[in-house]
Design a protein around this ligand. Sequence first.
Ligand SMILES: [Fe+2]
Ligand SMILES: [Fe+2]
Length: 477
Amino acid sequence: MLMNAYKSYRNLPPLAGLCSMTDAMKPGLSVEQCVGRLKRYHYAFKRLHQIFTARLTAEPVYELKMGFSLHAHLCAEHATALRRRVGEKRAPPLGLEAVPDAGLEIFFDEILAAPTTGELVLGLYEKAVPALKAAMERHLTDTNLLADHPSARLCRFALLELEEMSKFGAQTMAGLVDGPCRERATKWLQLLDNCLTAAGKLEGVDEPIGTAPPQRLHSAKTYQYDKVPKRDERFPDPYNMGVNAEVFLYDEQFPPEPKTLMMFYKRLREIDVPEMMASIIVETPGKPWEYYRDMTRQLWDEARHAMMGEVGFANLGIDWAKKVMINYTWSLALNTQLKPIERHAVLYFIEQGLMPKTGKRFEWEVGLASHNPLSALFQDYDWADEVLHARVGRDWYLKDFKNAQEAVRYGDQCWSRVLMNWESWRQQGLTQHRNWWPEVYQDACQHWGAKPDPKVLGYSTTYQTVRADLKNLVGSA
Ligand SMILES: [Fe+2]
Ligand SMILES: [Fe+2]
């Protein structure tokens, strides 16, 4: 055959190294077929993004909150890339908000409404992620790699991260899903399979496409987002506001070393920012897609900040779960007392307050002045992330106001309205606001081989405050 006789110049890679001549000659997918599939991957990423976001607030297990934050971000990024690619393929109107298949819709609705953590991770990591992965792998074998290179490239990049999500899921299921849970979920997992079968698989290619999808089970009732944050047993005192990190941090009489501990505490406490931002994202429908993409990037950054705090404590051999009382008072108060736009206003108000010299730059300088290079590194990136978050705030919050001052004033107002009942929590027995600081500081001193400084050891300023002072109370961001 002529094809076999074809040779590149001096045996250089033909076709820019994309694929073999034979591969480039196969019929592949038409533009229409290709767009049809891309829209399904896009739908899957969008729904996964929604599920990871909606379920992280009330998910108690810390590692899952962090994993969901990352996976929400990854899915938002791939959905963004797919939207752009669909837009390149002469298919306007793009129809990206349409549901491509009734079976797929039930499939994702069911996972969103999974009644327990065990069933949720089974639905996500044993059904949804593998189905999407298989679909994109198939795209690479079905399409013409020369003609459809931009889509193939998207698929390859997405597959890298779907593989990472799979690994996270496998280890999670091994740790969380026991026999009885799997037993309970058997019928439901079959239902999920039936949804995919009715849809002709996620990619919508196999028979029998368009057969009636199965009856809904968990999603028979409309899903209700749970905005009340929950934590696992490593957060035994979630109302504790007994150690005021900011007062210590900005007090010049204290040295940088113990201040790094306060900064690790502040970072780890940022678990409440993804819990709160998820509520804004879920309860603010109808925005341009880029809003959700940007907000989810920030949500993930805040989860990273929390994990930086976790690493900081682990690095010093401090058992934070037993020694550091990480509260959730901020996300609890904002999620239950404010409307979504008011929560965004508070976030913006706090974050723009972090930009002046006393904020993120100061924290970085404290890290540099200490003997803890990890603290300096983490604060360096925390500061850089904060600059991005200020931009997200300008793009998606500020724009709706006449000017910046008004936007800040509104945030100030909303923040002042938030009730943090320091005293009444104590009276109700929710917390004693125990001062956990001396013990943590002593543990760190032991690690440093240093003698505790009595002044530092005696620090006992709490967050008890009167209503009028509340806006001085620094929140998470
Ligand atoms: Fe942060
Ligand atoms: Fe931030």
